[in-house]
Design a protein around this ligand. Structure first.
Ligand code: HEM
Length: 492
């Protein structure tokens, strides 16, 4: 059972004397190792990363103080150097400064991802992408067994990523980028994969600006190359759509791209329309922000369930009880699956896709929890450590979905011990979509197949290490054998 923020605030206060003195740490020449994930330093940690003043928030109480009382002071962001490639920083929402343009893009994105499209149409797209994934898994397992004489093991991470990528493609561009045999779709996928790899590499130049022009690790050079490729392809999609709009081709539903192109301004709120460059950046960002975060969350959930057969059995029993063996899962079923919901919360508690959220930037000198925070300080909220903090969670490292049964802790509310999507003004704009996809995809994987680990593997041997990158993906992808459950109708 989770302790409440007010319960833990007492013990947090007793930890204050151990808190590092941020002002002292910020003395010139002070350089702390870039390893901020050490709860032993207390709820607020001050560091100097190269020349950059840095604060790491490490407890639910400190996060609550930040989001409730200082969200505005800390809601700015600094664009990392790698994202200056092709002027990405000029159109980004996720790394954009907190200004009028950001507010405008944020409103348009929330609209484009939810309200602007018929709810049924969005649900149909999610179902389609997940049904496709189940079918591909089935086909791949059968091919592995037939052609390679293997047990029919599949690389789940691969199929989850394809599904999430295709889902974003359908939501924003109405394109099935990967199931079609489109060469362009494949090229885009490959380029975006590289963009994510290079964006996730720690860049010395962000901490020592003197290195900015040298680009000693070649990070920006590579980003320019791959981002250029991805932008060229998205630009051709956008131009095609502009031509369609000019020809007034009939369309029954609007997608995210239509919302961007048809935006006609909001009075004093900046320019009337969104430039083509910005349209391309926003589209890229949806792939960037929405695909790997979603797929890696589902992969961690599967890894935890494979490692914890009792939890797997409980989740399957619930699916059998609520849905039965005669039909596949429908999105509306997920409201009636409390154990599945608890599995997902427990997964997000232990495996935040963005362990330090996205860094914020102090807009002005601020007094926070008795400390002086200089303007321009970067602020990390360590959702990973908060999710594992013994001050907030009993037996914090154990995977126990039961802790959420009968509890009212939600990641969509103001429960700062569970903040995998962040909170406040910069909370994940894709959370409503992600929430639905993660539940439906996990339920479908569990209900469509019985999963086995195969010869020579047992739950205890599943590797749970994380890979360093933009998201905390599993270092070794989950591989398992999907045994099709005979009585469930095919995912056509
Ligand atoms: C399980 C899946 C996901 C997780 C765990 C996740 C997590 C996050 C987190 C932690 C942040 C930073 C919040 C903060 O700094 O307070 C964020 C921001 C963002 N997310 Fe997500 N996200 C997910 C899926 C998505 C999806 C599906 C989309 C869009 C299609 C998306 C788009 C964005 C954008 C654009 C931002 C930047 C928001 C801003 O700065 O205003 N995310 N996400």
């Amino acid at each position: 059972m989770a302790k409440t923020v007010s319960e833990s605030s007492k013990s947090a206060t007793t930890r204050t004397p151990r808190m590092a003195n941020i002002r002292q740490l910020f003395r010139p020449g002070n350089f702390a190792s870039p390893d901020p994930i050490k709860p032993k330093y207390g709820p607020v940690l001050g560091l100097k990363l190269g020349s950059v003043n840095t604060v790491v928030i490490q407890s639910a109480v400190a996060a609550s103080e930040l989001f409730k009382n200082h969200d505005h002071d800390f809601c700015d962001r600094k664009c990392p150097i790698v994202l200056t490639a092709h002027n990405y920083c000029q159109g980004t929402l996720a790394f954009g400064r907190y200004d009028k343009s950001w507010s405008k893009f944020r409103r348009i994105c929330s609209m484009g991802l939810s309200a602007n499209r018929q709810t049924n149409e969005m649900a149909r797209l999610r179902q389609k992408c997940i049904d496709d994934m189940v079918r591909y898994i089935q086909e791949d397992a059968a091919a592995a067994a037939r052609e390679r004489g293997e047990e029919g093991k599949v690389n789940l991470a691969h199929f989850l990523f394809l599904m999430s990528f295709n889902l974003v493609g359908n939501l924003v561009l109405s394109r099935d980028l990967l199931s079609s045999r489109s060469e362009e779709g494949k090229q885009f996928f490959d380029a975006m994969n590289e963009v994510m790899v290079w964006a996730g590499k720690p860049n010395l130049a962000d901490f020592l600006p003197v290195l900015k022009w040298l680009d000693p690790q070649g990070i920006k050079r590579n980003m320019v190359r791959y981002m250029g490729r991805a932008m060229k392809i998205v630009s051709s999609f956008v131009n095609e759509r502009i031509d369609d709009l000019k020809l007034a081709k009939e369309k029954t539903t609007k997608d995210f791209l239509d919302t961007l192109l048809e935006h006609t301004g909001e009075g004093k709120q900046g320019p009337a329309t969104i430039s083509n460059h910005n349209v391309i950046i926003i589209i890229l960002e949806m792939f960037f922000a929405g695909s790997e975060t979603t797929s890696s969350t589902i992969e961690w959930a599967m890894a935890e369930l494979l490692r914890n057969p009792e939890s797997m059995a409980k989740a399957k029993q619930e699916l059998n009880r609520v849905i039965g063996a005669e039909r596949k899962v429908d999105e509306s079923d997920t409201d009636n699956l409390p154990y599945l919901q608890a599995v997902i919360k427990e997964t997000l508690r232990l495996h935040s896709a963005l362990p330090l959220l996205l860094p914020r930037n102090a807009m002005q000198e601020t007094k926070y929890m008795g400390y002086f925070i200089p303007k321009g300080t970067q602020i990390f909220v360590n959702a990973w450590a908060i999710g594992r903090d013994p001050e907030s969670w009993e037996d914090p490292l154990a995977f126990k979905p039961e802790r959420f049964l009968g509890s009212n802790i939600e990641y969509k509310e103001q429960n700062f011990e569970l903040i995998p999507f962040g909170s406040g003004r910069r909370i994940c704009v894709g959370m409503p979509v992600a929430h639905k996809v993660v539940h439906l995809a996990l339920a479908s994987l569990l209900h469509s197949f019985d999963w086995e680990l195969g010869n020579n593997l047992c739950p205890e041997t599943i590797d749970m290490n994380e890979r360093v990158g933009i998201t905390a993906r599993k270092l070794i992808p989950v591989e398992a054998i999907p045994k099709k459950r005979l009585c469930i109708h095919d995912h056509a």
